[in-house]
Design a protein around this ligand. Structure first.
Ligand SMILES: O=C(O)[C@H](O)[C@@H](O)[C@H](O)[C@H](O)COP(=O)(O)O
Length: 253
């Protein structure tokens, strides 16, 4: 791992622009080095924060972006629970990303087939790679320490072969989902968690300070050779005793 950076902001208002800059700077770097930018998105509060902040920037050229989903709920795209549906409402039509650059699940399939179908789509985009190497994955963390749809104590935490796995007993509804597995998450060139709010403070302390024995899935995110950022706000950081970065206005990561 290139080293973990825990970066604390007073609130989402200061965090958001730094997140947007992280995305566009990693996009520029990736396109310059290998001609495209592969980005994995998560749901939750990230959707509105990222959409708002990216749209506030001078329009980035997204024609060479390829977007996938770190996890997705098995519901139709017009269901308010669909992560793709939320981004489709708030972001995608407003940036110049080609439709072919958005890798969606086929929610009409049964969950196991849906996971296989999504894995095939990823393999086509990352031919020849045992595990897809995304340029940037944006992750959230639930108050139970889950990330993607990888929940505490679930057998999927031990998955080492599949790149995408089905889950039909998600403790958080909706129960049927597909999720990237840890080998994919940890193969990424850069992973950034975005976690805000006081409800995260206790679990965040366990995840960041609990060492290797931590039972929380988010603590297992440790890119093999990529960067790892935790972008958090003061309420989420309230219980931390480790050293953190507190960037000033206009900071760039
Ligand atoms: O599929 C889901 O259930 C959500 O996407 C979930 O995994 C989310 O990423 C975390 O709960 C963090 O959400 P917040 O950032 O909104 O706290």
């Amino acid at each position: 791992m290139a080293g973990r950076r825990v970066v604390v902001f007073p609130s989402s208002a200061e965090l958001g622009p730094v997140l947007a800059h992280l995305v566009t700077s990693r996009a520029e770097k990736a396109i310059a080095s290998h001609g495209r930018f592969t980005l994995g998105l998560s749901g939750g509060s990230l959707v509105s924060m990222l959409s708002k902040e990216l749209l506030a920037l001078p329009q980035p050229d997204c024609s060479k972006w390829v977007i996938g989903f770190c996890d997705e709920r098995l519901v139709s795209f017009d269901d308010p629970e669909s992560t793709f549906g939320l981004y489709q409402n708030q972001l995608f039509p407003k940036i110049n990303i080609p439709e072919s650059g958005i890798l969606t699940i086929d929610s009409s399939l049964p969950v196991a087939e849906c996971a296989e179908d999504y894995a095939c789509k990823l393999k086509q985009v990352f031919p020849g790679e045992e595990f897809p190497v995304f340029d940037l994955l944006l992750l959230g963390m639930g108050p139970d320490g889950h990330t993607c749809s990888l929940f505490p104590g679930h057998p999927l935490l031990e998955e080492t072969k599949k790149i995408v796995a089905p889950i039909s007993d998600s403790p958080k509804p909706p129960p049927q989902r597909v999720t990237m597995t840890f080998p994919v998450v940890n193969a990424a060139r850069c992973v950034a968690f975005v976690s805000t709010g006081g409800s995260k403070a206790t679990v965040l302390k366990e995840v960041l300070e609990g060492g290797k024995a931590s039972p929380y899935p988010a603590a297992r995110v440790a890119p093999t050779s990529g960067e790892l950022f935790w972008l958090i706000d003061d309420p989420a950081a309230a219980a931390l005793t480790i050293q953190v970065e507190r960037p000033g206005a206009g900071a760039k990561l």
